[in-house]
Design a protein around this ligand. Structure first.
Ligand SMILES: Nc1ncnc2c1ncn2[C@@H]1O[C@H](COP(=O)(O)OP(=O)(O)OP(=O)(O)O)[C@@H](O)[C@H]1O
Ligand SMILES: [Mg+2]
Length: 259
C-alpha cells in the first residue's frame, strides 16, 4: 500500500511512477486505485479512456477477477484497476475485511507486485487494507515540510497499530534550493526525526508535475528529469538493488550540502 494521512503529497504520482518503472524492468505489476472518493490514478497513468470493471466490482466479486484489470498498450507488463466512478461513500461500510483479504490473496498469485494507491487519511479503506494480513508492505509518502514529515510519523504509528512495519518513507517534492538556504530540513535531519527508514527522495520537479497532469507517466522513460530518475531509483531499491539515495540526481560533490 502507498499511503499517507496527508493529502496531496504525491501518493498517486509515485504509485504510477514506481509501478511503471518496475513494469519496464520486466516485472508484472498491477496498480489499483483504492481512492474511491476521488479517483485519479487513471489520469496519472493515461488509462482514462480505457474501460474495465472497477475495484469495487472486484472486491465484491461482481465480475470475474481477470476482467477487473486491463494492461497498458504502452507497457504490456503494467496492469490497472480503476476506482469506481461516482462511488457513494456510505457503501464503504458494506465492504467486509474478508472480501478485501480474498481479493488481495487472489491477486497475489498473478502479479510480481501489486500497488494500492490509498486515499489520504485513516478512513475505512485504510483500516481494511492496513489490517489485512495479505498486505505485507506499506510505503509512506510525505512532502518535504516539517508538518508533512510529522504526518508521516503519525501514519507509521497507525500502521504499527495494525501490526505493520512500514517498508520505508519517501520524501517527495524535496526542495533542493530550500535545503541549501536552510529553510527546510536536510536529509540527516529527516532521518533523525523520523522513526521510519528513508527509502527515497524525489525532488520537486515541474516535469513530473506536468507529465502527471497529462497522463504521461507511462511514457516518461525518455524524459531525463531528476524526479523521474529518483522514482526509478526507488523502483530499483524495491526490487532489491542497492542504489544510493541521490544517485544520478545530485552530483556526488554537491551531496553534502543536502545533509
Ligand atoms: N516530485 C514532484 N514534483 C512536483 N510536483 C509533484 C511531484 N509529485 C507530485 N507532484 C504534484 O503534486 C500534486 C499532488 O500529487 P498527487 O495527486 O500524486 O498526490 P496524492 O497524495 O495522491 O493526493 P491525494 O491525497 O489527493 O490523493 C499533483 O499535481 C502532482 O503532479
Ligand atoms: Mg491520490
Amino acid at each position: 500500500m502507498v499511503t499517507s494521512c496527508k493529502g496531496g503529497v504525491g501518493k498517486t504520482t509515485l504509485t504510477a511512477g514506481i509501478s511503471t518503472a518496475l513494469a519496464k524492468m520486466g516485472k508484472t505489476v498491477l496498480t489499483v486505485d483504492m481512492d474511491f472518493g476521488v479517483r485519479s490514478l487513471d489520469l496519472a497513468l493515461g488509462f482514462e479512456n480505457n474501460i474495465c470493471a472497477d475495484a469495487y466490482d472486484a472486491i465484491t466479486e461482481r465480475c470475474e477477477l481477470d476482467k477487473t484489470y486491463i494492461s497498458s498498450p504502452d507497457c504490456p507488463n503494467l496492469f490497472f484497476t480503476p476506482a469506481p466512478a461516482g462511488f457513494d461513500n456510505r457503501t464503504m461500510d458494506s465492504i467486509l475485511k474478508e472480501q478485501i483479504n480474498k481479493y488481495l490473496s487472489a491477486l497475489k498469485e498473478k502479479f510480481d507486485y501489486i500497488f494500492l494507491d490509498m486515499p489520504a487519511g485513516f478512513g475505512k479503506m485504510f483500516e481494511l487494507v492496513a489490517s489485512s494480513p495479505v498486505t505485507d508492505k506499506a510505503v509512506i509518502i510525505c512532502s518535504h515540510s516539517p508538518s508533512s514529515v510529522r504526518a508521516a510519523e503519525k501514519t507509521a504509528f497507525e500502521l504499527y497499530k495494525f501490526g505493520k512495519t512500514p517498508l520505508g518513507l519517501v520524501i517527495n517534492m524535496f526542495n533542493i534550493p530550500f535545503v541549501k538556504k536552510g529553510y527546510y530540513p536536510g536529509i540527516l535531519d529527516i532521518i533523525e526525526r523520523s522513526s521510519v527508514k528513508l527509502m527515497g527522495v524525489v525532488p520537486d520537479d515541474t516535469v513530473i508535475d506536468s507529465i502527471q497532469q497529462r497522463g504521461g507517466l507511462i511514457n516518461c522513460e525518455e524524459l531525463h528529469s531528476r524526479g523521474n530518475t529518483a522514482i526509478k531509483n526507488i523502483a530499483r531499491r524495491i526490487n532489491g538493488e542497492n542504489v544510493s539515495l541521490m544517485q544520478s540526481i545530485v552530483k556526488t560533490s554537491k551531496r553534502s550540502q543536502l545533509l
